[in-house]
Design a protein around this ligand. Structure first.
Ligand SMILES: NC(=O)c1ccc[n+]([C@@H]2O[C@H](COP(=O)([O-])OP(=O)(O)OC[C@H]3O[C@@H](n4cnc5c(N)ncnc54)[C@H](O)[C@@H]3O)[C@@H](O)[C@H]2O)c1
Length: 380
């Protein structure tokens, strides 16, 4: 059941950690910690194994994988021993990465992107490829009338100009190439009616948005506790300090706003009201991929007594994200094989801002995920 994983942003930290990590796990060099699909509750014949994944992808950067791995080892993201042990596999991975094509119109660019993916599928003899967006977060999309209907979109794309943001152009190309699509970023991706129409007419599944790996994961567990104990949260303010490529990109106010919005939604939805405070993201070059999040929560209990809680989270962002990228690729490929199409709302467990009206309740999301995998077993 060899399955292709085509990474958009394939030379970035999350992508390279995912590829090197999967290669190291296949060689038995580490335990699959952080890989949710390796838990006994999700064991399934229908889900491709970690060893069944082969990788390719697009990136606008031309940094070599060798240099990127060296940087990730120096930064403490990738442990030196497994990275050294898979060094001889990097040349083969490198051969599957492509520069981002560019043409006079976005329709032509999408055709070239789809051709690269199709070429990968044919050369590697793959039945199925999952396209996963792990490229830099974009600013929020500028609405365009052609986003509403597929025929209008295809018309508009055939004229010069940028009708779609890159994440949505990749999603369009992936669907045209017959691939499922996962957005691990807060970017627009498939969140346009015309692309939902395309996915539904092509019978393809898609999932997103924005991997839930750090502060938001902790929030999604703590917020229900306050709600269920009828404690009124007055303030929930957080500061996230991070470096690396993601941090540098999020220093741009427009990309930052897209990310911060996706981080706060969990509170209003879980508590039923929006407490004071917001979630700030600040770029601190020196800490690289190791993120620190500080959250202050003030709340009132019996007779209005005022209390507070603080937590700090020190996470290695790419090490938290990479196993989820592998999980999502495996689960989405299995859903595609089982004939699922449209939004995979059962994968909400993995996302900060899940597609569909899925409540931000982690145990409920987990139960839906387990039922989803059992359903895939039934379909196999
Ligand atoms: N690490 C986490 O915990 C986490 C959690 C949720 C979401 N994410 C998201 O995952 C994404 C990747 O994070 P990262 O730390 O790997 O960032 P990164 O900066 O290291 O990598 C991003 C890569 O995308 C490439 N890229 C930019 N524009 C592109 C385009 N138009 N086409 C193809 N490639 C393009 C860049 O060249 C770079 O190699 C970010 O959007 C981030 O917000 C990460």
């Amino acid at each position: 059941m060899t399955t292709g994983v085509w990474l958009i942003g394939a030379r970035g930290s999350v992508a390279v950690t995912s590829m090197v990590g999967a290669t190291a796990l296949r060689a038995g060099l580490a335990e699959p910690l952080g890989c949710v699909t390796e838990l006994p509750e999700l064991a399934s014949e229908a889900v491709p194994g970690l060893g069944d994944l082969v990788f390719g992808g697009h990136d606008i950067s031309d940094i070599t994988l060798e240099k990127k791995v060296e940087d990730l080892v120096a930064a403490g993201v990738l442990p030196a021993r497994p990275a050294a042990a898979v060094a001889d596999k990097l040349a083969a991975l490198e051969r599957e990465l492509r520069p981002v094509p560019s043409a006079a119109t976005q329709l032509e660019t999408a055709r070239l992107i789809a051709e690269d993916i199709d070429d990968f599928r044919r050369r590697r003899g793959l039945v199925r490829v999952v396209v996963v967006n792990v490229s830099s977060t974009e600013p929020a999309v500028v609405p365009h009338p052609a986003h509403g209907v597929l025929a209008d979109l295809e018309d508009a794309l055939s004229s010069p100009g940028a009708i779609l943001p890159p994440s949505s152009l990749y999603a369009y190309a992936a669907l045209v190439a017959g691939c499922s699509y996962v957005d691990f970023t807060p970017s627009t991706g498939t969140r346009l009616p015309a692309l939902r129409e395309l996915a539904s007419s092509a019978g393809l599944p898609y999932a997103g948005h924005d991997g839930k790996t750090g502060e938001t994961l902790v929030k999604s567990v703590l917020a229900p506790m306050f709600a269920m104990r009828n404690l009124r949260v007055r303030t929930w303010a957080g500061t996230n300090l991070l470096g690396g490529g993601d941090g540098a990109n999020l220093a741009d106010p427009a990309a930052n706003a897209a990310k911060a919005g996706s981080k706060q939604r969990v509170l209003a939805e879980t508590l039923g009201y929006q407490p004071q405070g917001s979630s700030h993201i600040e770029y601190v070059d020196d800490i690289g991929d190791f993120k620190t999040a500080w959250d202050l929560i003030t709340f009132s209990g019996f007779l209005g007594t005022r209390m507070r809680m603080e937590f700090s989270w020190h996470g290695c962002d790419s090490a938290l994200a990479a196993p989820l990228v592998l999980d999502l690729a495996r689960l989405t490929a299995a859903a595609h094989a089982a004939g699922r199409s449209g939004p995979l709302t059962e994968l909400a467990f993995f996302f900060k801002d899940p597609i569909g009206e899925v409540p931000h309740d982690l145990p409920g999301q987990w139960a839906a995920l387990v039922a989803f995998v059992r359903g895939l077993d039934g379909a196999a």
